[in-house]
Design a protein. Structure first.
Length: 389
């Protein structure tokens, strides 16, 4: 069952919808969805239209050429070559592998010179170029994929760095390539209670050329007054925003399964919502989330209030076919239920996966998963063929 709501009748139809389905109180429409025009509400507990299967076809692990300390981001070019960011302490670089997993080369190293990195927040590939964003060095570096050489650097400035208070300054965190001359840039700023992500259009010279497109809550903060430490709230939700292949902005905050779609000017177009029962969170599990001996976190959590439920989902990915992947939090503390939806929110498939496995990207019906061996803490990247049948 799918219900489409117009602005005028939103409140009335939502009440009728939930009454008809005999849904309990926890399925009520979230506040952020009330009054939205062009809102699609999907049936609670709807089954996917297809079976999702993942078949491993390639594993990349430690070798004489590369030892992985941490696999943070992954990108795939049109020839199937695999770009893996290494971001362990003192070693920030990009390892390149052929489509069969054979090592090709390493791009860059730790440092501040041309072609070097202090941090790599994401990789983007477009028009036979590799784009990297280094928040620590405030620059984008663009590499040619024909020979992996540095083509250009784009200097960045924090948003609001003039007379703004330090907590209001937005630092560059991510980019989406629209074309050679235009990007969508994401900046993160932090206040005392939360961090936010703001999106702008930027040209190839590093100049902001639009008003703010979107501003979304990234995460709530838990301050510990005694130690002065701020913790990201691991339970309330995380903000996600992506640019689709159809050049739409898709944004969501993972407290609920509500997804909003905007055009590239930041104008709202439509939304869809999946009712979901957030998994219960025990007081003990909440307090021990960062370890039984982390007194600073426990004190911060007690002072802020201990929630009784998890966020609805933890992470979100958008693949090259505009399908949305989210990791729904389940009652099993070791398992996420990954759900795949189309651009209208129809549930295409779902599959349980270990929480220790992290989807990095999905490209040409292949999923690339960073996995950690619980015994050795060794990282591997596994490529799976995606089948929705």
């Amino acid at each position: 069952m799918v219900i489409r709501l117009s602005f005028i009748f939103t409140s009335v139809l939502v009440l009728l919808f939930f009454s008809a389905c005999s849904a309990p109180d926890e399925y009520e429409l979230p506040e952020a969805a009330i009054g939205l025009d062009h809102l699609t509400i999907h049936e609670y507990g709807a089954e996917p239209v297809s079976n999702l299967s993942l078949t491993p076809v390639l594993t990349i692990s430690d070798s004489d050429d590369v030892i992985f300390g941490h696999i943070s981001t992954v990108a795939i070019d049109e020839s199937g070559r695999i770009y893996i960011t290494e971001s362990s302490r003192g070693n920030t670089s990009i390892n390149v592998f052929d489509s069969d997993g054979s090592y090709i080369t390493t791009i860059g190293r730790q440092g501040a010179g041309p072609g070097e990195f202090r941090s790599i927040w994401n990789l983007r590939i477009a028009n036979n170029k590799l784009y990297t964003i280094d928040a620590a060095l405030l620059r984008i570096q663009v590499f040619e994929l024909d020979n992996f050489t540095l083509q250009k650097e784009i200097a960045l400035e924090p948003i609001g760095s003039g007379d703004a208070e330090p907590d209001e300054v937005g630092m560059p965190m991510d980019l989406h390539v629209l074309n050679d001359d235009l990007f969508v840039m994401t900046y993160m700023s932090g206040l005392s209670e939360q961090t936010t992500h703001s999106l702008y259009q930027m040209n190839a010279d590093g100049n902001i050329v639009s008003d703010r497109l979107l501003s979304i809550l990234h995460t709530d903060l838990l301050p510990d007054q005694e130690s002065g430490i701020f913790f990201n709230d691991p339970f309330s939700g995380l903000g996600w925003a992506f640019v689709s292949a159809e050049q739409e902005l898709i944004a969501s905050y993972s407290q609920d399964m509500l997804f909003k779609v905007y055009d590239l000017g930041g104008n709202y177009k439509r939304a869809f919502y999946h009712p979901y029962t957030n998994s219960p969170l025990s007081r003990r599990d909440a307090l021990n989330h960062l370890g039984e001996d982390n007194e600073n976190f426990q004190r911060a959590l007690r002072n802020n209030g201990i929630p009784d439920r998890w966020m609805a989902y933890y992470s979100m990915r958008l693949d090259d076919e505009n399908r949305i992947w989210i990791s729904a939090v389940t009652d099993n503390k070791d398992i996420y239920e990954w759900r795949v939806m189309d651009r209208e929110g129809k549930l295409l498939g779902k599959k349980e996966m270990p929480r220790s496995a992290h989807i990095r990207t999905i490209h040409q019906n292949h999923l690339y998963m960073a996995e950690i061996d619980e015994d050795t803490d060794a990282w591997t990247l596994v490529k799976y063929r995606v089948d929705l049948m």
